[in-house]
Design a protein around this ligand. Structure first.
Ligand code: PLP
Length: 377
């Protein structure tokens, strides 16, 4: 029985052609023609003023922290149910992470708990559109606006998703994307910073270029470039951008394929999930999801582990997801304890993700569904 991995990178079509072109261009460092093509495509697709490719979503988040001038003593509100970089990017600048629980339906941050957490020290609110289903942005932006706190969207899951018809990644002052191998569209390791508020446009380019005004030099605005601010090296090479462009170009085909996988799982597991006491993902009617993942919520940790075990015996790799950040070694150092965020803790214990990637075949899909549906929890 061939093994079915949780994720497998898939070529979309013209990756080899474009990487070869990038090499033929003899421009291998960043900011060449492929970087610009990727950025322009994303700017048009999202309808935003500026997208800057970065070496990862983690680095785009670090850029966001630098752009917002996050400093020691500041607080940043973010869900505990997220990837470590959502917190670390701000902690690196000396901020204290202030965690918030998630909603029981979408596992997005619970906007009803947000206002209580905002203090005079709150420097940013970071939202994560879990599984590419939009957070309740109307309520979140209202609270953020009232207190004058900028919102950053960690949109690693949500590229091409929408909330009330508007693209995810276009709500916050800044948003970040990931093109890691496990995401819908990839170049292995890569990311992007989406600059929605014009006040960050110029400085974002400086920070990405090691704190220099190199972008002004290339635009002919200065005759030599120099050190003007803090910054780092966040620009990917043209080889990565070339690979990425091949995927971005066929994003609609990729999304159609992923939608097919998601709907197949949802349709074929509905009856089983009802009888097994397992919950399937919830997508509110006003959210167009990005089809990033398909998860199950088991009734308990023991049953989740049994399900993972059962699937593993049939050669199927299903995986749990975020272990709550507030219960990590770092989280506990900030004084957090078990029981602080019950919904997050339940998601950490009970959620598992089924194989989901662009190269999943219909045969594999049928095998996964048959294996899951044969489990009596
Ligand atoms: C994948 C992911 C990241 C990190 O992305 P990289 O590109 O690997 O740095 C950050 N946040 C979330 C929510 C993610 O899923």
């Amino acid at each position: 029985m061939p093994y079915i991995p949780f994720n497998r990178p898939a070529l979309a079509g013209r990756e080899f052609d474009y990487v070869r072109q990038a090499i033929d261009n003899m421009h291998l460092s960043g900011n060449g023609p492929f970087t610009r093509q990727c950025q322009t495509l994303l700017e048009q697709c999202l309808g935003v003023p500026r997208v800057l490719l970065t070496t990862s979503c983690t680095h785009a988040l670090e850029m966001a922290a630098l752009l917002l001038d996050v400093r020691p003593g500041d607080e940043v509100v973010l869900p505990s149910f997220t990837f470590v970089s959502t917190a670390n990017a701000f902690v690196l600048r000396g901020a204290r992470p202030v965690f918030i629980d998630v909603r029981p339906d979408t596992f997005n941050l619970d906007e009803t708990k947000l206002e209580n957490l905002i203090t005079a020290r709150t420097k940013a609110i970071v939202v994560v559109h879990y599984a590419g289903v939009g957070c309740e942005m109307d309520a979140i932006l209202k609270i953020a606006g009232k207190h004058g706190v900028p919102v950053v969207e960690d949109n690693a899951h949500g590229l091409l998703g929408r909330y009330r018809g508007k693209s995810l990644g276009t709500f916050g002052a800044l948003a970040t994307q990931s093109f890691h191998e496990t995401k819908n569209i990839t170049c292995g390791e890569g990311g992007a910073l989406v600059v929605n508020h014009p006040r960050y446009l110029d400085r974002a380019e400086i920070i990405r270029e090691k704190g220099t005004d190199r972008h002004r030099f290339f635009k002919g605005q200065v005759d030599k470039y120099t050190w003007v601010d803090i910054g780092s090296s966040y620009l990917p090479s043209e080889i990565q951008a070339a690979f990425l462009y091949a995927q971005l170009e066929v994003r609609d085909e990729i999304q159609v394929r992923r939608r097919g996988i998601w709907e197949y799982y949802a349709e074929h597991l509905r009856d089983w999930s009802d009888s097994a006491g397992v919950r399937l993902p919830v997508v509110p009617a006003h959210c167009e999801q990005s089809y990033h993942m398909f998860y199950l919520v088991a009734p308990s940790l023991t049953r989740r582990q049994a399900l993972i075990q059962h699937l593993a015996q049939q050669g199927i790799n299903s995986v749990f997801h975020y272990q709550p950040l507030h219960l990590s070694g770092m989280g506990r150092q900030y004084g957090y304890r078990t029981g602080d965020f019950p919904v997050t803790e339940r998601a950490g214990d009970c959620l598992l993700r089924l194989p989901f990637h662009n190269a999943l075949t219909s045969g594999e899909l049928e095998r996964v569904v048959a294996a899951v549906a044969s489990v009596r929890l």
